[in-house]
Design a protein around this ligand. Structure first.
Ligand SMILES: Nc1ncnc2c1ncn2[C@@H]1O[C@H](COP(=O)(O)OP(=O)(O)OP(=O)(O)O)[C@@H](O)[C@H]1O
Ligand SMILES: [Mg+2]
Length: 249
C-alpha cells in the first residue's frame, strides 16, 4: 500500500474517536436529562438531527475504511442472519431519510410487519420466509455496504417505487434492487461503475452524490467473488442484481 494511501486511511481512522465522543455527548444530553438538564421539544429535535448526522458520518468513515481493507484482501466472514442484514441496512438508510420510518422498522416484529411498513414508502420487499431466518457465513459489513448503496441509488432515482428481492440460486445469494426511474442508457452500463461518473451531475435530484457508490460496490463485490448484472434502458427503470457465492452453514 502506498504511503499516501496509508496517510489517508490513518486520517479517516482517526476521525473515529472524535466522532464517538460527539455521539456519546449528544446521546447523554438526550437520554440523561435528569443529570444534564431538561430539554425543550425544539432542543430535542435539533439534537436528534445532530445525532443522526453523526451516525451518517460514522457510517461513511466505516465504509471508507472497509474499502481499503477489502483491497488489501481482508475479509471478515461470520455467521449472519439475512433478516438482520436487511433490517440493519434499511435502518441505516432510513435513519438519514426519515427517522420515523427507521424507528418503525426497529419496532417491527416479523417479516410481514416490516413489509407493511416499507410498502408505505413505496418499497416492496420480496423475500421468502424461509430465507429470511436463514444463517449464512458472509462478510456482513461488505454486503451491507453494497445493499445500502444500491438501495439508496434506487430510492434516489425512482419515480415512485422500488423492489428489493432476495433469493437463493443453488449456493449463490441473489439480491436484486429494481426501481421505476429514468433508467440508464446501454452505452453507460459500464461507465456508471467508474469512480466519479454521474449521468446527470446537474440539478435533477436535490441530493447529489459523488459518483463513488457504485465504484465502491464493484470493489467489494469483486473481493467477495461476486458478480453484478445490470438490466436497464432509458426510461425503463434500472435493475441491479448482485450474485454472491455462499457456502451454506
Ligand atoms: N438506480 C439508478 N437509476 C438511474 N441511474 C442510476 C441508478 N443508480 C446509479 N445511477 C447512475 O449512476 C451514477 C453513479 O452512481 P453512484 O452510486 O456511483 O454515484 P451517486 O449515487 O451519483 O453518488 P454516491 O457517491 O453518493 O453514491 C449516478 O450518478 C447515476 O447517474
Ligand atoms: Mg450512489
Amino acid at each position: 500500500m502506498g504511503q499516501n494511501r496509508i496517510k489517508i486511511d490513518l486520517l479517516i481512522h482517526d476521525l473515529k474517536v472524535p466522532l464517538a465522543v460527539i455521539e456519546a455527548g449528544i446521546t447523554s444530553l438526550l437520554n440523561r436529562q435528569e443529570k444534564y438538564g431538561a430539554l425543550t421539544e425544539k432542543q430535542i429535535k435539533v439534537l436528534k438531527r445532530a445525532l443522526r448526522n453523526t451516525k451518517v458520518t460514522q457510517n461513511l468513515v466505516g465504509d471508507a475504511l472497509e474499502l481499503s481493507r477489502s483491497r488489501q484482501g481482508m475479509t471478515n466472514v461470520a455467521s449472519v442472519q439475512i433478516c438482520n442484514l436487511f433490517e440493519d441496512g434499511l435502518i441505516e438508510i432510513f435513519d438519514l431519510a426519515d427517522s420515523k420510518i427507521s424507528e418503525k422498522i426497529r419496532g417491527s416484529h416479523d417479516l410481514e410487519g416490516l413489509k407493511a411498513i416499507l410498502e408505505t414508502e413505496g418499497l416492496h420487499l420480496n423475500i421468502e420466509d424461509s430465507l429470511w431466518g436463514e444463517d449464512f457465513r458472509l462478510d456482513e459489513r461488505k454486503l451491507k455496504q453494497i445493499l445500502r448503496n444500491l438501495l439508496s441509488n434506487a430510492l434516489k432515482y425512482r419515480k415512485s417505487s422500488v423492489e428489493l428481492k432476495a433469493s437463493l440460486e443453488g449456493e449463490t445469494l441473489l439480491i436484486c434492487v429494481k426501481d421505476d426511474g429514468e433508467g440508464i442508457p446501454t452505452e453507460y452500463h459500464r461507465k456508471i461503475f467508474d469512480c466519479y461518473f454521474q449521468l446527470d451531475p446537474g440539478d435533477t435530484c436535490s441530493v447529489r452524490g459523488h459518483g463513488l457508490g457504485l465504484a465502491g460496490v464493484m470493489v467489494l463485490l469483486e473481493d467477495m467473488g461476486g458478480k453484478m448484472i445490470l438490466s436497464s434502458d432509458e426510461g425503463q427503470g434500472a435493475e441491479f442484481i448482485v450474485k454472491i457465492p455462499l457456502p451454506r452453514q
